[in-house]
Design a protein around this ligand. Structure first.
Ligand code: PMP
Length: 277
């Protein structure tokens, strides 16, 4: 039996969700996914700082502090004897009779649970295929909102094409994947979309930036288009669950690889995991 955290309590996973929860009816809430390696949280503080920010951006006051969220995670790891996996956290605006406008009196509803998951070793080793797709999402992709329909539809398109990810393109610019950040390497320099309202500033992206700085690999937060994507020396994607995953094919174009820069970053990232950063 899995022990979950629901609205202030640790309990079994047979909770009753209220059908008037605004997360359910409007996607009115935010979430995070935090990685656990060998029973230890990885970059949890950064994830919960982002959770508090996402909540604030949609005018929800996060019910707990960063330290309190971390403490609940530690307890969930312990209660579920989790070694390798993830912790999912979501906070919705709360329960109220259906009306688009914010309810006057609603308490945020928090759900946190763990699930087992191994590292994505095969994709990291061999590289993966991606497709390109139009970025049809809203203009606040910096908020980790529960509204994921644009992401879900593009991810499904990728899966149906036998690919792992959809690289999204808005107005001729590569933004990010449906659930990952996207990078190209040209002449030894890494390029990735700037952290603005059009992408989620991935925590893994921030760790990769740190690794690149330590390895003295130039890291440019600059936009690039689909032509540059196809002409890149290397392409890779990153996320909490994908880590540094090299891309070996974009649509019909075989890029080849995994390349040397992705390999160096994988190694540096692995050291961060081992040392707990
Ligand atoms: N962009 C999107 C749209 C995502 O869903 C994710 C995964 N949460 C990322 C980027 C990568 O973020 P992180 O490295 O924090 O997992």
């Amino acid at each position: 039996m899995t022990i979950i955290y629901y609205n202030g309590e640790f309990r079994d996973d047979q909770v009753t969700l209220d059908y008037n929860d605004r997360g359910y009816q409007f996607g009115d809430g935010i979430y995070e996914v935090v990685r656990v390696y060998d029973g230890r949280l990885f970059t949890a503080r950064e994830h919960f700082e982002r959770l508090v920010r996402s909540a604030g951006e949609i005018l929800i006051t996060a019910p707990k502090t960063v330290d309190e969220y971390i403490e609940i995670c530690e307890q969930l790891i312990e209660k579920n004897q989790l070694a390798d996996g993830n912790i999912y956290i979501q906070v919705t605006r709360g329960v109220a009779v259906r009306n688009h406008a914010f309810p006057e009196h609603a308490e945020p509803v928090t759900l946190m649970y763990t699930y087992e998951a191994g590292r994505p070793l095969k994709g990291m080793q061999d590289g993966v295929k991606v497709i390109t797709a139009e970025d049809i999402r809203w203009l606040r992709c910096d908020i980790k909102s529960l509204n994921l329909l644009g992401n879900v539809l593009n991810k499904e398109k990728a899966v149906r094409a036998g690919a792992v990810e959809a690289v999204q393109i808005r107005d001729g610019v590569v933004t990010e994947g449906a659930s990952s950040n996207v990078y190209i390497i040209k002449d030894g320099t890494i390029y990735t979309h700037p952290a603005n309202n059009l992408i989620l500033n991935g925590i893994t992206r921030q760790v990769i930036k740190e690794c690149a700085e330590e390895l003295l690999i130039p890291f440019h937060e600059e936009t690039f288009g689909p032509d540059e994507l196809l002409a890149a020396d290397e392409v890779f994607i990153s996320s909490t669950t994908l880590e540094v995953t090299p891309v070996v094919q974009v649509d019909e174009k075989v890029i080849g690889g995994p390349g040397p820069v992705a390999r160096k970053l994988q190694q540096a990232f692995d050291e961060k995991i081992q040392t707990g950063r």
